[in-house]
Design a protein around this ligand. Sequence first.
Ligand code: FAD
Length: 441
Amino acid sequence: MTILRRKIPKFTKSFWREEHNLPSFSPLSENLATDITIVGAGITGITIAYLLAKEGIKVVLIDAGKIIDGTTGYTTAKISSQHGLIYDELIKNIGLERARLYYESNEDALAFIRQTVDELGIDCDLTNQDSYVYSTSKSSKVKVEKEADAYKSLGLDGGLASSEEVQLPFEWENAIVMRNQAQFHPVKYLSGLVSEIQKHGGQIFEDTRAGDINRKGEMQEVITTEGHHIQCNQVIVSSHFPFNDFEGLYFSRLHIERSYSIAARVQSPIPDGMYLSADSPSRSLRSALGLNGEKLLLIGGEGHPTGQSHGETIENYEKLADFGLQHFNLEEISYHWSAQDIITLDKIPYIGAISSDEENVLVATGFAKWGMTNGTTAALLLKDRILQKENPYHDLFDPSRSELTTSGIKSFVKENADVAKEFVKGKVKRKEKELKDLDSD
Ligand SMILES: Cc1cc2nc3c(=O)[nH]c(=O)nc-3n(C[C@H](O)[C@H](O)[C@H](O)COP(=O)(O)OP(=O)(O)OC[C@H]3O[C@@H](n4cnc5c(N)ncnc54)[C@H](O)[C@@H]3O)c2cc1C
């Protein structure tokens, strides 16, 4: 461990943020009127701003900090519909048809990203990859087998992988593959969309934090913490965690996890494909292209509920480095970073009206560490909603769906309320009574 401590650079740097020059934008300094205000410039906010601006709709996109400096700037950027071993669970919880819809929504998002990169000629290291979840224990082996059955029932492109194709340099029990997935450089991709937003007349403001949203007759008004007002028809809350709860009790329906990543030079061959372990502690692997064209290995994992880390932060990086040393002859850690992502009660994002009383305030959150596709799905769905077009995924993601039916979910709420309360302290508007109700449930 002592050797590793020396190997881990002192300053946390995201590989994605470091390697790319982004445009900068002034803070909002006056009142404005627009069609749609978008709060939060991660993959969700930027994609929706691009889609709407392209349709000739006036958009204002604001971010409390810098664009792409939330979770999207600190991700692993696999673009995949293989979200761990989710399909067996989804079939059990929501049935075959809805599980298939979930898969299709993610495949549509992946297709959209491919098509957009192609159409706009964005150079963002997009490559096709097969995606694998592998087991290293007997109990996970059974889970992987069940997932393979789920793939069969859903007719997904993949199944149990052969030992020839899995390129892991250590012992594993079995693995499930989903074919024809992808990975990219999210900051390069999104800066391509940011240029397009500007080209279509969209306005972007950094260092502009939304503090409140008020209804004014038929209109909405976003009020920044500096006191500027943005009047608009509809607001999109793409701030990762909804900054304004609108009595949707999001703080009690969202579970937050922090995870860690390193990007390293390694001596052993980097496997083709993208990998995720089925066992704990989780390990996520993919390759990435460094500045001078050298291949780096990204290793992610060590996730834990926010605020519940065991030990010092650096130990999480050390464990990832240890894994790299053991299996890939890790030479040097070039970057290391961590971020949080948000998980809903049923692991399906909340995308739609923030509450049944607020049809013109739309939210997109809870991407369960799969926001490259889920955030893109959110943008596509909300664009259709704003343009009053049908969307096949509207009901699946509706935030007001009822998931509070099973005892398991109720206990989840109790377990996570404290974490969520901590996370959103000062971020959401809520009634004290609702918090008390939750405590005494
Ligand atoms: C370690 C890690 C690895 C991951 N790997 C993958 C992966 O391989 N593939 C995948 O699909 N997903 C992955 N994810 C998940 C994915 O990165 C996220 O789901 C996604 O980036 C979330 O995007 P977003 O646009 O919702 O939020 P963000 O990117 O967090 O953007 C929200 C923005 O809102 C701004 N904001 C917040 N409050 C306000 C306010 N009041 N006013 C104005 N602005 C505000 C923030 O400053 C921020 O810029 C990973 C997540 C983590 C943590």
